[in-house]
Design a protein around this ligand. Structure first.
Ligand code: ZN
Length: 225
């Protein structure tokens, strides 16, 4: 899910096994690792890397990243098995498979075309907000999801940066606290996508809200649902 630091953080096992990448949107902190990931794999690939994304996001990737000027247009290169990157356009509300998981996209409230997802392995499901200024669409999408076991939500900026957060369509702890009321304590909430420079402030402000069942997700830790 997303590829902001995919190439930089990938282990050999990830390089060997990840062939499906699902993108929320085209902002650089969500795609920066994608070109280098494909490049690192190029010599060893024997099947394409499938990128599942909104058509708007695919167009940005092809126009602004994989355009020969910034990076090779892998979708036009003919390797032995075909192009090293293939795009799978997704639509809101439609289910699709990526690896062993099924995904259903919903619109997130961000500055650019952007999706959040309900992700399911058939036994339990997790809702992921993507970058979003509200949880409106996530709440609607998760409404009838009886096996929902976790919700992952962004909280990019601390409360002091509310204006920047609202202008760039992100959440602060205070906004998140308000938005979570819509979810009605349904399941544990994990906070992701905190801007690294403000992590400490955001963590303290979320903790001060004393919301039941909320946890900051740690980078590098495994979670099982
Ligand atoms: Zn963004």
């Amino acid at each position: 899910m997303d590829a902001g630091s995919l190439a930089m953080a990938a282990t050999d096992d990830i390089r060997r096994s990840v062939r499906d990448i699902v993108l929320t949107h085209a902002h650089l902190d969500h795609i920066a690792g994608l070109p280098l990931f494909i490049d690192d794999l190029f010599a060893t690939l024997d099947e394409p890397v499938r990128v599942h994304a909104l058509q708007d996001v695919i167009e940005v990737l092809e126009r602004d990243i994989f355009n020969w000027s910034v990076f090779p247009k892998f979708s036009e290169i003919d390797a032995a098995f075909g192009p090293p990157i293939v795009y799978r356009p997704i639509s809101f509300g439609c289910e699709f498979q990526a690896a062993n998981l099924s995904f259903r996209a919903f619109g997130s409230d961000h500055k650019v075309p952007s999706a959040g997802y309900i992700v399911s392995d058939g036994k339990s499901s997790v809702a992921i907000s993507g970058d979003s200024a509200s949880l409106e669409q996530l709440t609607i999408a998760a409404e009838n999801q009886k096996d929902l076991t976790a919700v992952l939500v962004e909280c990019a900026f601390p409360d002091e940066f509310e204006t920047i957060a609202r202008n760039s369509h992100h959440m602060t702890p205070a906004i998140l606290g308000e938005q979570l009321k819509k979810l009605d304590d349904r399941c544990p909430v994990f906070v992701i996508n905190i801007k690294p420079n403000y992590r400490q402030q955001v963590v303290e402000q979320i903790s001060a809200l004393q919301i039941k069942g909320i946890e900051i997700m740690n980078v590098g830790e495994d979670y099982f649902w």
